[in-house]
Design a protein around this ligand. Structure first.
Ligand code: URA
Length: 187
């Protein structure tokens, strides 16, 4: 598939997300947040759900957790414009609560379509909610820094950048993991 048709398909998915009324989050969102970045990215990042800033701007990871992610990406020589960043759930859960199971299930199709169009070399899972939703995994802190191959797709696990807002010492962990990811992608 060439880059132009990839871009068109990703835009189509984004437009579906923007119009989506499949779950109750459509009533409280200001903007749906489909995700952004390169439609031919070699790395795709998947977080939990948009927060307040993302809801206002309609873009993923633009608030405090996003600033941390962006700095850790730069530190690892990964350019935000070359990757694709999205979330398990595309609309903000009120008060930033965890997305509910039915919200995750209803949103799942969008993420699966994004992954299959972009077909990244590695899907980088950010945090426990994305880990359990995508792979049914539990302990992210035990499994972080690992590359898993599941049904022919590569997944790399790391912590959620927001965890660093509560424990600064975790910044080193995210930086180490993203540096490892950066090396894996050029291998
Ligand atoms: N946290 C997430 O999981 N996703 C965002 O887009 C922002 C914060």
């Amino acid at each position: 598939m060439n880059n132009n048709s990839n871009t068109d398909l990703i835009m189509q998915i984004s437009n579906e997300v923007i119009r989506c009324t499949s779950c109750e989050l459509c009533h409280t969102r200001r903007n749906a947040v489909p995700g952004e970045g390169s439609a031919s990215a070699r790395i795709m990042f998947v977080g939990e759900a948009p927060g307040r800033f993302e809801d206002v701007q309609g873009k993923p990871f633009v608030g405090p957790a996003g600033k941390i992610l962006e700095a850790a990406l730069i530190n690892a020589n990964i350019y935000r414009s070359q990757v694709f960043i999205t979330n398990i759930v595309k609309c903000r859960p009120p008060g930033n609560r965890r997305p509910k199971r039915d919200e995750i299930i209803k949103c799942n199709d969008y993420l699966n379509k994004q992954i299959s169009v972009i077909n990244p070399k590695i899907v980088c899972i950010l945090g426990a909610t994305a880990y359990s939703s995508l792979l049914g995994g539990k302990a992210i802190t035990v499994n972080r820094g690992k590359l898993l191959n599941i049904h022919g797709r590569n997944y790399f696990l790391t912590i959620h950048p927001a965890a660093i807002l509560y424990r600064r010492s975790l910044l080193r962990v995210l930086e180490e993991d993203l540096s490892k990811l950066s090396k894996l992608i050029i291998e």
